[in-house]
Design a protein around this ligand. Structure first.
Ligand code: PLP
Length: 405
């Protein structure tokens, strides 16, 4: 029996990607087994984290690592580490970074490109500010230069944060290599938020002092974050658990889950999985391109992950439904049909994506059938299903505000 029906939950099909709001990952049996076996036991957490450090260091090509509650927590705690080092007294003083009671003020500024100030479910800048640090934006939304970064870094700068994500502006910004060179020339550590990236080695190899991942995205672990990098900084971040990190702590299950997820990642048959996903994409593209007002193409991941998606353009005049109304109809689902959640954060541009990476076997057919059914429903409807886009946001907000009703 599907546990979801026991809880009265809808059996959603995830064609959207790895989303916190959809339960993040589909966790595999080896991770589940390790988690189930560690849950009843007592362990020495420092030792478990020591083992995790070795596994993360090996996977990322770094000196050390540790597991935290989430990548978002990892941002806050590594920024904290850059401010306090391993001084336990300073760690307990956060988020106060000012020079009170005769204590010296901490370096508390974090430079970040304006085009990297995105929202991944919460604002990046808030994860920085939670530590007590101040955000210093560099450049404009769609243009930043090394000289601007150089000027922004002063004796008050604690760290430089670089975000790798489809959310960020994908052009006109400072490449990582140059970002690292400018920051390092001024003695400032670089932290890379690579939450959703497949490549575990690239950022350390490019000179990042710390790199941060989500354990529950591509890695398929429990909800957790991974920190990898220079030993002194990793240690200083880990020590934040005796300070502001207490409220962001990960349990033994999250640490064990991350260790096994990393082991599984190494053994994963990436080629076979990509070929299976390619099969779904080709099926969807060939079938949907025969529909009026629909144009489908296979689209590479914007940050270079070895993952493609189907980009589905909808011409509302011909298809008689807008991209966003189609996405909403798929998510709503008529009685007895499976709700399909698509990747629609750019729907106002008249397209959305189908992400194959979280589908269970057979669901690719359900996704296709549901889209064909909704297109047909729109084709025979008395009026085009094209609601004003701006009302969609209001509708969604209103629904959110009603929770738990
Ligand atoms: C998902 C994401 C985060 C947050 O990761 P969590 O582990 O879910 O807290 C941070 N940054 C980026 C770029 C993300 O995609």
């Amino acid at each position: 029996m599907d546990i979801r029906s026991r809880f009265g939950l809808r059996p959603v099909i995830n064609a959207s990607g790895t989303m916190t709001g959809l339960g993040a990952s589909s966790v595999g049996a080896p991770v589940i087994d390790a988690v189930a076996r560690i849950l009843p036991q007592f362990v020495e957490i420092d030792d478990l984290q020591r083992k995790a450090s070795a596994v993360i260091a090996e996977a990322c090509g770094s000196e050390a690592g540790y597991v935290t509650a989430s990548c978002s927590a990892a941002i806050t705690l590594t920024i904290a580490a850059a401010m306090t080092g391993d001084d336990l007294g300073l760690i307990e003083r956060l988020p106060d970074t000012t020079g009170i009671s005769g204590l010296p003020a901490l370096r508390n500024e974090v430079v970040i490109q304006t085009g990297h100030l995105v929202n991944y479910g919460a604002p990046v800048d808030q994860a920085i500010r939670l530590s007590g640090a101040r955000v210093v934006p560099v450049g404009a939304a769609t243009e930043a230069h090394g000289y601007q970064l150089n000027t922004a870094i002063t004796e008050r700068t604690a760290a430089a944060l670089y975000v790798v994500s489809h959310h960020t502006v994908q052009f006109g910004l400072i490449p990582l290599e140059e970002f690292v060179a400018v920051a390092h020339a001024k003695g400032v550590p670089v932290i890379v938020d690579a939450a959703s990236e497949y490549d575990l080695k690239r950022f350390i190899a490019a000179g990042a002092d710390l790199v941060l991942y989500s354990a529950h995205k591509f890695l398929g672990g429990l909800t957790a974050g991974l920190v990898a990098g220079k030993k002194a900084l990793v240690r200083a971040a880990y020590f934040q658990n005796g300070g502001i990190g207490r409220g962001m702590k990960v349990g033994k299950e999250g640490i064990a889950g991350a260790i096994v997820a990393l082991e599984q990642w190494r053994q994963r048959d990436h080629v076979a999985i990509r070929a299976r996903e390619r099969g779904y994409l080709t099926l969807w593209r060939e079938t949907l391109n025969r529909c009026d007002g629909v144009w489908a193409e296979i689209d590479a991941d914007p940050t270079g992950n070895p993952l493609d998606r189907l980009k589905l353009h909808i011409d509302p005049k011909v298809a008689c439904i807008s991209a966003w109304d189609l996405a909403d109809a798929l998510a709503r689902a008529p009685e007895g049909e499976a709700p399909v959640i698509v990747r629609d954060h750019e729907a106002e541009l008249h397209f959305f994506f189908l992400d194959p990476c979280n589908l269970h076997a057979g669901e690719e057919q359900i996704v296709l059938a549901r889209i064909l059914a909704e297109l047909e429903r729109a084709r025979v409807a008395s009026e085009p299903i094209v609601t004003p886009f701006h009302q969609r946001d209001a509708r969604r907000l209103a629904a959110r505000r009603n929770w738990p009703d």
